[in-house]
Design a protein around this ligand. Structure first.
Ligand code: PHE
Length: 341
């Protein structure tokens, strides 16, 4: 019996080592260590042994069982490994190829320009003040000193809603009134960024929606010199130290006097080119001293307080700075355009 066991042991090990597939191993297991396998069949014969022989045989059978189990486990691991290797080699996936890079997101160029603007005015003590994109006619026009039916309203083609008084703001200036009413009687020093809407023909130069950054400073003894100093400093920091500025008289109903600020042309360095229409200057923003009516509408007594305001267009600034010739690029979500910044 013991000899039979030892022979079974040797044979089983040999068969195990000859097997070349996990399926073969499974069959081996069933026949050898399984519930009706050869080892089991041998155990059943213990009854036929003399009582003196039984313990030694029982012990040996356990040793053989454990050894076979261990041999099976290691052979199984070996075969699984080589089968995986073979499978990877023969299938279409080439595991040696470099992985696909995860595309990295980035800020839209307009958001970058906005943040540059926030940083510069933030350094000068301006806080960001948010005001709504959906406005009333009163905030967008009347409180800003546009009388009803005044032709100045035609400077800005408006999107109206079914409610006669509710419109999409055509500029960020209505935020001036909201900021003043929120701050009164404290001094105001805010910038108001956001989207504005105009019912215009879309083309390379104009769009239905674009961003603006409004600025407002209200307090005692604020003069035109403060306006010029603040905006000139902004232009230097935004466009470079060598950039010169000039102010031209202009008109807005909510500022008096009103002006527009130009900077020397980025392309030709003021020598004259197509972009600056051979003037050497590019218009950057509108500005002026807050109109007394507007101060009053914001709650400030114009006898005691003065202020300045300005409004600039980040799309326009970005176009000039990078030589972008079509405003529609900002909305097309074409990665070939966006990834350049
Ligand atoms: N709101 C004006 C516009 O959209 C710009 C502006 C703002 C001018 C503040 C003067 C002062 O054109």
């Amino acid at each position: 019996m013991l000899a039979q066991l030892n022979e079974l042991h040797a044979q089983s090990i040999e068969r195990l080592n000859q097997s070349t597939a996990t399926a073969e191993l499974e069959a081996w297991y069933k026949e050898t260590l399984g519930r009706k396998g050869s080892i089991y069949l041998l155990t059943r014969q213990v009854g036929g042994l003399s009582p003196e022989e039984r313990p030694a045989f029982g012990k040996q059978i356990n040793i053989v069982k454990n050894e076979l189990q261990a041999a099976y486990d290691s052979r199984l691991a070996e075969l699984k490994g080589s089968e995986l290797q073979a499978q990877m080699k023969s299938s279409a996936i080439d595991v040696t190829l470099p992985g696909r890079p995860q595309p990295k997101g980035g800020l839209h160029i307009i958001s970058q320009t906005m943040r540059d603007i926030y940083r510069i005015f933030g350094d000068m003590g301006f806080q960001i003040f948010r005001s709504p994109e959906v406005e009333t006619d009163a905030y967008n026009f009347e409180l800003l000193n546009f009388p009803p039916h005044h032709p100045a309203r035609e400077m800005q083609d408006t999107f109206y809603t079914s409610d006669e008084d509710v419109i999409l703001r055509t500029h960020t200036s209505p935020g001036q009134i909201r900021a003043m009413r929120a701050y009164y009687p404290e001094p105001v020093r805010v910038i108001l960024p956001g989207m504005v809407y105009r019912n215009e023909q879309v083309n390379a130069r104009s769009h239905l929606q674009f961003t603006q950054v409004e600025g407002l400073a209200v307090g005692e003894d604020i003069s035109m010199a403060d306006l010029k100093g603040t905006l000139t400093d902004f232009a230097r920091r935004m466009f470079g130290a060598g950039r010169e500025t000039r102010f031209r008289a202009s008109y807005f109903p909510f500022t008096e006097p009103s002006a527009e600020m130009d900077v020397t042309c980025f392309v030709c360095e003021a020598k004259g080119c197509q972009l600056c229409k051979y003037t050497g200057w590019l218009e950057i923003l509108g500005c002026g001293m807050v109109h007394p009516m507007v101060l009053r509408n914001g709650g400030y007594d114009p006898e005691k307080y003065t202020g300045f305001a300005f409004g600039l267009g980040p799309e326009r600034i970005t176009m000039l700075k990078y030589g972008i010739t079509d405003i529609r690029h900002f909305w097309e979500n074409d990665l070939r355009f966006l990834q350049q910044f």
